[in-house]
Design a protein around this ligand. Structure first.
Ligand code: NAD
Ligand code: UDP
Length: 319
């Protein structure tokens, strides 16, 4: 049985990855310090014989007994609200945490895939973004703590590959959504759905003409799974190229939820990228991957999830 360590296991993407690898017959070791994650995302796995969980901060020395075949490094605050609130932790998990996990991969002779992001392109001047684009990041802006941590993460990963021969993979994840996102993590999809379900107006930042391209979580997990098992070392964009303005997206959510609330406008956060759309040619050619779930389907599944939450969870405010 193959053994895989997944960091960030109690988070949104990490928990779906745990499910996928358990379903495929792997022995899964989940690791998380619960800083933005929640054990309820993986509690259904606790009774599973092929799952174990370590409550651990990966910026501290990481030890796992026994052999390991694969490591997925997904631990990191991921929403702007989170990483603006815990900027030093964000820098540390991308740098020190990644260093620890690359060291572990080298020690165990394991293949490691790290979760990078479309944020390495910053506020992009090339559109759509191909993997060859070097990006446009303000190193000293508030978002720099996340973007630069992820850029460092990619650099140290390639260095471990080149200098120590570690088998590495890099996925550049574009905005992904679905069940188990935290309702109050500030990202636009839980924000809008939460507002609609609570009967509040939907807060569009700026003029709402900035764009994003949203990928459903099952498509994202499939792309990551294929990349891990491929022999491709350079970064690969995984995302859904279907682009929409945030203003139009708010209208879509108003229709989908049937709310009678309206859109209100709030100031645009500093360095908020104006446009974002993945070029997925590389993923198509190398992994034979492209997204299968369109926004209408994916948003319905996501809405169903948020509707299933208790009133207490719906009104709980963390920020
Ligand atoms: P999330 O906040 O739901 O999950 C992150 C998990 O990492 C949480 O459970 C958190 O507790 C854990 N964590 C954070 N710091 C840690 C530390 N020092 N030690 C141990 N655990 C720690 O976020 P997510 O959306 O699931 O994102 C997962 C990964 O994917 C992140 O690396 C993120 O940067 C990347 N990513 C996500 C998206 C997206 O759209 N969801 C886009 C680009 C990149
Ligand atoms: N956004 C918004 N209203 C909200 C939350 C976010 O208009 O209540 C905007 C945000 O400014 C950004 C886009 O939605 O332009 C996506 O934001 P998110 O935090 O989901 O992801 P990211 O900016 O990291 O792509």
């Amino acid at each position: 049985m193959k053994r895989i360590l997944i960091t960030g296991a109690a988070g949104f993407l990490g928990s779906h990855l745990c499910d996928r690898f358990i379903a495929d017959g792997y022995y899964v070791i989940g690791m998380d310090n619960l800083i933005t994650g929640d054990l309820k995302n993986i509690e259904h796995l606790f009774k599973h014989a092929n799952f174990e969980f370590y409550h651990h901060d990966v910026t501290k020395f990481v030890y796992v007994p026994g052999n390991l075949d694969y490591i997925l490094h997904f631990a990191s605050p991921a929403s702007p609200i989170d990483y603006l609130k815990i900027p030093i932790q964000t820098l540390k998990v991308g740098s020190l945490g990644t260093h620890n996990l690359l060291g572990l991969a080298r020690e165990k002779n394991a293949r490691i895939l790290i979760a990078s992001t479309s944020e390495v392109y910053g506020d992009p001047l090339v559109h759509p973004q191909t993997e060859d684009y070097y990006g446009n990041v303000n190193t000293i802006g508030p978002r720099g703590v996340y973007d630069e941590a992820k850029r460092f993460q990619e650099s140290i990963t390639m260095a471990y590959h080149r200098y120590h021969g570690v088998e590495t993979r890099i996925v550049r994840i574009f905005n992904t959504y679905g069940p188990r996102m935290r309702l109050n993590d500030g990202r636009v999809i839980p924000a809008f759905i939460g507002q609609a379900l609570r009967g509040e107006d939907l807060t569009v930042f700026g003029d709402g003409l900035q764009t994003r391209s949203f990928c459903y979580v099952d498509d994202q997990v499939e792309g990551i799974y294929r990349l891990l098992h491929s022999d491709y070392v350079h970064p690969v964009n995984i995302g859904n190229p279907h682009e929409i303005t945030i203003r139009d997206f708010a209208e879509e959510i108003i229709k989908l939820t049937g709310t009678t609330q309206k859109v209100i406008y709030k100031p645009l956060p500093v360095n908020d990228p104006l446009q974002r759309q993945p070029d997925i040619t590389r993923a198509k050619e190398i992994l034979g991957w492209e997204p299968k779930i369109d926004r209408a389907q994916g948003m319905q599944l996501t809405l169903d999830y948020f509707k299933s939450l208790s009133k207490e969870e719906l009104y709980k405010s963390e920020h």
